[in-house]
Design a protein around this ligand. Structure first.
Ligand SMILES: Nc1ncnc2c1ncn2[C@@H]1O[C@H](COP(=O)(O)OP(=O)(O)O)[C@@H](O)[C@H]1O
Ligand SMILES: O=C(O)C1=C[C@@H](OP(=O)(O)O)[C@@H](O)[C@H](O)C1
Ligand SMILES: [Mg+2]
Length: 187
């Protein structure tokens, strides 16, 4: 059993979670830039490694295969890297091993968007999200509600309703810097 090494707070990866389309990829990139950190988008890294888009991975190998590689990659990043900003795919946090790796080693931010606001954004999302293509609005709402339990296990929550990406990114950065100054002052 690998011994758990406590990572200094200021070195912990910042992980963004939340339903598909809430802005994890967009806002994660902005947060990384503002904190002078490397940015990792798990979906983008998986697409690079698999040399195909997520939608084709689902089509060719199925969702279970995607979830396996998604989990392995996230657990590796959480346990073996520091000082990054990491945006998960919307379904990753449903896996307990992913949640445990994130909560044990990282600072986990939930990006929260109301269902009504999400519906307005949906037309932007369907193109490259296979799970949206197959479902009615009612089925997607059920998925949205069903996932809130897992998303509730976070360190901090930021509402993104009616806020532009820059404003949300600033809120996350200010929150992180305040946490650092309180729990690891004088650095
Ligand atoms: N705060 C925001 N306000 C308006 N549109 C947003 C916001 N954040 C993201 N978007 C848009 O919503 C879509 C999904 O954003 P993305 O970052 O891919 O979300 P996720 O990674 O959570 O699925 C993109 O078209 C993006 O430009
Ligand atoms: O919610 C999900 O199950 C998924 C969300 C997507 O990522 P985004 O949340 O960045 O869209 C991507 O991982 C895949 O389509 C599955
Ligand atoms: Mg994304």
């Amino acid at each position: 059993m690998k011994e758990h090494v406590e990572i200094p707070l200021r070195e912990k990866n910042i992980v963004l979670i939340g339903f598909m389309g809430v802005g994890k990829t967009t806002i994660g990139q902005l947060v990384a830039k503002k904190l002078y950190r490397d940015f990792i988008d798990v979906d983008q890294e998986i697409e690079k490694k698999q040399n195909m888009p997520i939608s084709l991975i689902f089509q060719k190998f199925g969702e279970d295969y995607f979830r396996k590689i998604e989990k392995e990659y996230i657990v590796d990043i959480c346990t073996n890297t520091r000082l990054k900003v990491v945006s998960l795919g919307g379904g990753a946090y449903l896996q307990e091993e992913v949640r445990n790796a994130c909560l044990s080693n990282c600072i986990v931010f939930l990006l929260d968007l109301s269902w009504d606001s999400w519906k307005d954004r949906m037309p932007l999302l369907v193109e490259n999200r296979p799970l949206l293509k197959e479902k009615s609005m009612e089925e997607i709402e059920k998925l949205f509600i069903k996932r809130q339990n897992a998303y509730s296990l976070h360190n901090s929550k930021v509402s993104t309703n009616n806020l532009d990406p820059e404003t949300v990114a600033d809120e996350i950065v200010n929150s992180v810097k305040l946490t650092w100054s309180i729990y690891e002052p004088n650095q």
